[in-house]
Design a protein around this ligand. Structure first.
Ligand code: DX5
Ligand code: ZN
Length: 217
């Protein structure tokens, strides 16, 4: 089953709890949590305190996307009963294998994200160890950017690797997803779709979640 993961980066933070229950009621499957440190990416978002403020207000799983340097130092803070995935960037992890083992030791699923310029081949040695690969289809740092078309080729390459070596792996896409391209990415092999501005920037958030869900079911 394909899952929709709205990114709260584009939510109205003054009404975060309200907006999260809105997307939950509309049928969204996951809450995508974009953590930015102003070093790995040129923007600062929020940390574990904001994510934990939603704890108890939603039953949806958290999908934590750490766009930070030295993620090993902070990942434990993001472990809650709701945390399904913690994802680190390969570009931020000189000891990626160790970071993956660290995430798993915390009892959550381990994900690795690739920036647009990073080829899928960097996963050759560790693909069997992963629960999730997150393909960035924009350069991380900001919501509301345009989908980079060559991301589609990366999805296909990864799908191939997944089918051969780790069929349980989940493929996630993040950046520039909207009503026009969501079906194209799921057709190519994506199972978890992140959508930020196309959900929270919509005039009717509930209606938009339902429209996106309809396209990927
Ligand atoms: C980008 C973040 C994304 C972003 C997606 O750095 O990782 O999750 O919020 O936003 P949209 O869907 O607006 O491109
Ligand atoms: Zn993200």
């Amino acid at each position: 089953m394909n899952r929709l993961a709205p990114s709260i980066l584009s939510a109205d933070f003054s009404r975060l709890g309200e907006q999260v229950s809105l997307i939950e009621k509309a049928g969204a499957h996951i809450i995508h949590v974009d953590v930015m440190d102003g070093h790995f990416v040129p923007n600062i978002s929020f940390g574990a305190t904001v994510m934990k403020s939603l704890y108890g207000k939603t039953t949806l799983p958290f999908d934590v996307h750490l766009m930070i340097e030295n993620p090993d130092q902070y990942m434990e803070e993001f472990v809650t009963d709701n945390t399904e995935f913690i994802t680190v960037h390969t570009e931020a992890c000189p000891h990626l294998h160790r970071s993956i083992q660290h995430i798993k030791s915390l009892g959550v699923k381990a994900g690795v994200s690739l920036n647009p310029a990073t080829p899928v081949s960097v996963l050759e040695t560790i693909i069997e160890d992963l629960d999730l690969v997150l393909i960035m289809s924009v350069n991380p740092g900001f919501g509301g950017q345009k989908f980079i078309p060559f991301s589609l080729d990366k999805i296909k390459t990864l799908k191939n690797m997944k089918d051969k070596r780790n069929p349980k792996l989940e493929i996630e896409i993040d950046g520039g997803i909207n009503l026009d391209n969501i079906k194209t990415v799921t057709d190519a092999g994506v199972e978890i779709v992140v959508a930020g501005s196309s959900v929270f920037g919509a005039p009717d958030i509930k209606k938009r979640v339902k429209e996106l869900l309809e396209l990927i079911k």
